[in-house]
Design a protein around this ligand. Structure first.
Ligand code: NAD
Length: 796
């Protein structure tokens, strides 16, 4: 709608201004792949221009963005002239826009339109999702892919042949037969949500540029001058149409797409036929309902008249066909103002910035807060309070600030600072540290998280800690919702999870939302939670980075709270999936006096943990001297060197002695000069000796020491057996097979003798297999071997 007060003079000025703006945005979007405003904002400007041009047709010029497609091609690529122009699509935003489109189609075809009571002829439409990526043209000659191009300005595109060849689901040669000798396939190159997330994670890690959304990522990846970059990006094609053709094709759109599918081109799984506008709308709603569940992003659905003769009859308008329309979904990105940044304190004390926004509707929901993740993200975005920002809300994901519209920054914008003290309890806020160890050296760097040091003295952390403690997967105490927890904390009735066990009936009934029955129920639920499994209890403690799975792992492997409390970070890293960072989180948690007090109080108030008490046999058997040396991370000594050293020195004392015996070390085989040098240097540092001895002492105390291996092995199912592996194993590497056998207590030998229990023979097995048959030994092929392992619960 145009302003009622608009005069032709003002309209002309506004048209010129809108064109300049839209041209700039088109260039940023189509050429640079770096739009500075969300699509919804672009569409609003575009529609303002369209409306003004409709009112003042004399202002229309052939170069107006409403008359043109895309933008000029980038000259760095070769040019491709499109024989059949690659057009844009008209848009429908409301259901009535779609009904109007259907009416125009029927009028254009001279079909009866009908009235309020029906009676019109129904047109068949193909229905497809509108993938949000970028259009490409793929030219096949005699079944071979000879050229790939972008849309460009619709008549001239960029030659991206080398790049499209790197996209794995684009066939370089058409399958089957019967294809036209010249066939130009058109489709959308896009990036799945998962591919996009993985790419951004990779970019973040390597310090590269991250992308605001999958469309920008797809466009930026495809239009690369270095095709190796394109090849490394998770791009996919979905074919949706054709351009020039020499040869025969079906006479309807769905028939053509089905033929393309038969020739190996991917098409949409959601492709459907609809009769009339109402069936199209039903399709629109159905796809809308599953929009968030689709593995890729879509911004609408596209309806095309299915009958090709009808399509020809309807023809084109300036920049779009009359026989197709895009029915858009609510935008997932919107513009709004960042009013303020507040800091929230989470369960582990992490102080995270949260954007307070001028409320805005995004994908059908009003958003007034969005996450900013952490201060590194604030820096990366370069966001300031007062900025106009792009908010993105994709699916169930928490709304995010993805970009700042730099050109709209006001003069009084303020920088975002992390508070020095906790906004809830006033305690100090500290930046976390990241500890990395490599080549025997520890390096400490700044983490991206800031934490309030107040622990449970901080009401925010205490509330979250209690909510977590009582949650279903933790202690499973029913009847204590978030509101009640807040009251208990605010009233000072609960100052630590241990206080739950001293709550009285009288204290509860006084609270809002509690009646006699619910108070009694809660007390009963609390009493019922007194005998948790060790895993639940560990999870309930809320150790940073320790989720349910890690808690189970800790409980199963170590068997007792006492061992978990004492375990050194290096010992914890013997657990699968526990890296040094998590190990340090666990260690720091148990070193903290405050946490020790909480655990002490919980046990003192009658909590009885259900513990196995024993170390799990796999964990007990997992430490070897070679592995231990490897874990010390001495520069130049990797797995093989560690193995050689372990064989030579036989014990930690032996290794230390060897490192100090220059003569003996110089004749030791299997170690490089550099490795020998760093071994000497490593054990010349007293702190390193102490650390190694402390780990060894703990392994011994826990019964994980290699010298005590025999004792542990005795309880394992294959204890006392000797196995031999020969020939090629296909599913499992030999090393892995050996590890698995050893974890079950077997010895794995290199040669066959009468003492051999069993021989595993893969293809190519020779003399060892012959000897085994000669001695009448048990022989298994790989399949039978895997089945036997599986019988002991060991999987490949
Ligand atoms: P469009 O994206 O609305 O529609 C045409 C395109 O849809 C085709 O070229 C094709 O690539 C794609 N498409 C996806 N699925 C399809 C299917 N099944 N059948 C046919 N086509 C299908 O139009 P457009 O002219 O390419 O660009 C306009 C879009 O780009 C708008 O969404 C606009 O918001 C956005 N844009 C944004 C900015 C910005 O600055 N943010 C600038 C320019 C354009």
């Amino acid at each position: 709608m145009t302003d009622a007060a608009t005069t032709p003079q003002i309209a002309a000025e506004r048209v010129a201004q809108l064109r300049a703006e839209l041209d700039e945005h088109n260039y940023r979007y189509h050429v640079l792949d770096e739009p500075s405003i969300p699509d919804a904002e672009y569409d609003r400007l575009f529609h303002q221009l369209k409306a003004l041009e409709a009112e003042y047709p004399q202002l229309i010029t052939p170069d107006s963005p409403t008359q043109r497609v895309g933008s000029l091609a980038l000259s760095a690529f070769g040019e491709v002239k499109h024989e059949v122009p690659m057009l844009s699509l008209g848009n429908a935003f409301e259901e009535d826009d779609l009904r109007d489109f259907d009416r125009r189609v029927r009028e254009g075809l001279d079909l009866p339109v009908g009235d309020l009571f029906g009676g019109g002829a129904e047109v068949e439409y193909s229905c497809e999702p509108k993938l949000d990526g970028l259009a490409v043209s793929l030219l096949y000659e005699n079944g071979l892919l000879v050229r790939g191009a972008t849309r460009g300005d619709g008549s001239t595109g960029e030659d991206i042949s080398v790049n499209v060849r790197t996209i794995r689901n684009i066939p370089l040669k058409l399958h089957g037969s019967g294809w036209p000798s010249v066939l130009e396939v058109r489709g959308e190159v896009f990036m799945s949500r998962a591919g996009f997330a993985a790419l951004n994670a990779r970019q973040l890690e390597s310090g590269g540029k991250t992308f605001a959304n999958p469309r920008n990522a797809a466009a930026g990846s495809l239009r690369q001058l270095d095709s190796r970059i394109t090849a490394s990006r998770p791009l996919e094609l979905c074919a949706y149409g054709i351009g020039q053709v020499q040869g025969e094709l079906p006479d309807n759109h769905i028939g053509i797409l089905t033929a393309l599918k038969g020739w190996g081109l991917p098409i949409s799984r959601e492709l459907q036929l609809a009769k009339g506008a109402e069936e199209c709308l039903a399709y629109y709603r159905a796809i809308g309902a599953k929009r968030d569940a689709l593995p890729y992003e879509i911004d609408g659905v596209v309806f095309k008249v299915n009958n090709l003769a009808y399509q020809r009859e309807l023809g084109f308008r300036a920049r779009e066909p009359r026989w197709a329309i895009a029915h858009k979904f609510p935008a997932m990105e919107e513009l709004t103002e960042l009013l303020d940044v507040e800091f929230q304190v989470g369960r582990t004390g992490a102080v995270t910035p949260v954007a307070r926004l001028q409320p805005v509707r995004v994908a059908g929901v009003t958003v007034s807060n969005a996450t900013l993740h952490n201060m590194d993200e604030v820096m990366r975005l370069g966001v300031m309070i007062g900025d106009t920002v792009i908010i993105r809300r994709a699916g169930d994901v928490i709304p995010q600030v993805v970009q700042v519209v730099a050109e709209r920054r006001p003069a009084d914008a303020r920088p975002v600072h992390i508070p020095e003290s906790c906004p809830v309890c006033g305690s100090r806020v500290e930046r976390t540290q990241l500890i990395k160890r490599s080549k025997g050296k520890e390096s400490v760097s700044e983490g991206s998280i800031y934490r309030c040091v107040g622990r449970l003295a901080c009401a925010a952390q205490l509330k979250q800690a209690i909510i977590h403690y009582v949650s279903r997967r933790a202690m499973d105490i029913e009847g204590l919702g978030e509101k009640s927890v807040e009251q208990l904390v605010d009233e000072g009735l609960v100052r630590s999870p241990a206080d739950l066990y001293t709550l009285k009936f009288e204290q509860l009934v006084g609270l809002e939302g509690f009646a006699e029955l619910s108070a009694n129920n809660l007390l009963a639920a609390i009493a019922d939670s007194r005998q948790p499994s060790l895993a639940r209890f560990i999870y309930a403690l809320g150790i940073p980075d320790v989720g349910e799975e890690t808690a189970k792992l800790l409980a199963r492997a170590l068997g007792s709270l006492q061992r978990i409390q004492q375990a050194l970070p290096d010992v914890l890293t013997y657990l699968p999936d526990v890296g040094l960072e998590v190990a340090y989180e666990i260690r720091n948690f148990f070193d903290d006096a405050h946490n020790q007090q909480v655990i002490h109080d919980l046990l003192a108030r009658g909590l009885e943990l259900q513990e196995e008490g024993e170390l799990s046999p796999e964990f007990a058997a997992c430490a070897t001297l070679a592995g231990f040396i490897d874990k010390l991370n001495i520069s130049g000594i990797a797995a093989t060197g560690a193995k050689n050293l372990a064989e030579k020195a036989a014990s930690l004392d032996g290794v230390i002695a060897l490192s100090q015996d220059w003569l003996e070390l110089s004749v030791t085989k299997g170690l490089s000069e550099k490795a020998k040098q760093s071994l000497r240097e490593f054990f010349a540092v007293e702190a390193n000796i102490q650390r190694a001895r402390a780990i060894e002492a703990q392994l011994r105390e826990f019964g994980m020491h290699w010298q005590s291996e025999k004792r542990v092995v005795a309880g394992l199912p294959l204890a006392g057996q000797t196995w031999v592996l020969t020939g090629a194993l296909e599913v499992m590497s030999r090393d892995l097979a050996k590890d698995k056998l050893e974890s079950l207590g077997a010895k794995v030998a290199g040669s066959v003798s009468a003492k051999t229990t069993c021989v595993v023979a893969g293809p190519g097995a020779g003399s060892k297999l012959a000897k085994a048959s000669e001695l009448g030994l048990k022989v298994l092929d790989e399949e039978a071997f895997l089945a036997e392992l599986a019988a002991y619960g060991v999987v490949a």
